[in-house]
Write a protein that binds this ligand. Structure first.
Ligand code: TXD
Length: 319
């Protein structure tokens, strides 16, 4: 059986970590693409020299040519820039929108059958734009944010409850970061919902509220510490979990930025919701009944995404 092929667009911090994880897990041959000459080639060469020590048998190639992504089964997109001091959100939006246009066209021309996972920020707008530019079916283009946000939530909850992270599940909806909506009623330790754990004296509402707040600001906390960039280990792990679900047809239930056409009363937008990922890409959007608070928070999140899309359409008239 031929190996699968994973193309990583953007060979920066997340791209390099994705390449290492994909190779270590032998998910398939890896192509690292970037506009900067030398960096993807250097990282691919360095990583291929991990192979004898780690014992993985996959090929790694660095490139500046989109032709090399031809036939990719999965494409993970981290290309773009992060916000720098003095830059407005619209400046960032304008630059990364142009990047999504180039990437979308590269995918359309070379790997139209791939499952595409977008990670570039502002996530909910960039995944929508990437889908538009690539012209791929909506179920084959998805955004990564919820897996990371819920991983952050789970790690803080496990610390609070002093239990294994493996036994903590968390449920998050909505946009990435500030507007994310952790649904506490559906977050559990081995099936026991958090409100019950509070009643059992394992924590207090105040402490859980603090954890929710810390989770929402989880990205910013790391940026403040690193100073020169944003989180990359956990975002890469999260992207790989989604890729693996597709490649192995695992039917994982994961929170992802998925295209909605009517679900949760939302149309023609990418919003963070629980979905099933298998060989068909996003096979199903799971629609659950929300309490009034979660509904109101989701509405705020949806409005924030809509505002970004209006700005995108103002910048690029073809959208
Ligand atoms: O949860 C999430 N979705 C996120 C998103 C969590 C963390 C970080 N998130 C965003 O991911 C972050 O705000 C950035 O927009 C992306 C990538 O983050 P990373 O830390 O990997 O950024 P780097 O190290 O700056 O890498 C970006 C690379 C860099 O090598 C550039 O040369 C390259 O992108 N780049 C391009 N590659 C291909 N094509 C084009 N046009 C291009 N422009 C820049």
């Amino acid at each position: 059986m031929a190996r699968k092929k994973i193309a990583l667009i953007g060979a920066g911090n997340i791209g390099g970590t994705l390449a290492h994880l994909a190779a270590s897990k032998e998910l398939g041959d890896v192509v690292l693409f970037d506009v900067v000459e030398g960096v993807p080639q250097g990282k691919a060469l360095d990583l291929s020299q991990c192979a004898p020590v780690e014992g993985f048998d996959v090929a790694l190639k660095g490139t500046n040519d989109y032709a090399d992504i031809a036939g990719a089964d999965v494409i993970i997109v981290t290309a773009g820039i992060a916000r720098k001091p003095g830059m407005s959100r619209d400046d960032l939006l304008g630059i990364n929108l142009k990047v999504m246009k180039a990437v979308g066209e590269g995918i359309k021309a070379n790997a139209p059958d791939a499952f595409v996972i977008c990670i570039t920020n502002p996530l909910d707008a960039m995944v929508w734009a990437l889908r538009e530019f690539s012209g791929l079916p909506h179920n084959k283009v998805v955004g990564m944010a919820g897996v990371l946000d819920s991983a952050r939530f789970r790690s803080f909850l496990a610390e609070e409850f002093k239990v294994s992270v493996q036994d903590v599940t968390a449920f998050v909806l909505g946009g990435h970061g500030d507007t994310m909506v952790p649904v506490v009623e559906y977050s559990t330790v081995a099936g026991i919902p958090i409100p019950d754990l509070i009643k059992m004296g394992w924590s207090t509402q105040e402490r859980i509220d603090e954890i929710v707040k810390r989770t929402r600001g989880g990205g910013g906390e790391i940026v403040a510490l690193l100073k020169t960039g944003s989180a990359f280990y956990a975002p890469a792990t999260a992207g790989i979990e989604m890729a693996e679900a597709y490649l192995k047809d695992k039917k994982r239930v994961l929170p992802c930025a998925a295209y909605l056409s009517g679900e949760y009363g939302v149309n023609d937008l990418y919003v963070g919701v629980p979905v099933i990922i298998g060989a068909g890409g996003v096979e199903k959007v799971i629609e659950i009944a929300l309490n009034d608070e979660a509904k109101a928070n989701l509405a705020v999140s949806v409005d924030a995404v809509k505002e970004l899309l209006v700005a995108c359409k103002g910048i690029d008239e073809s959208l």
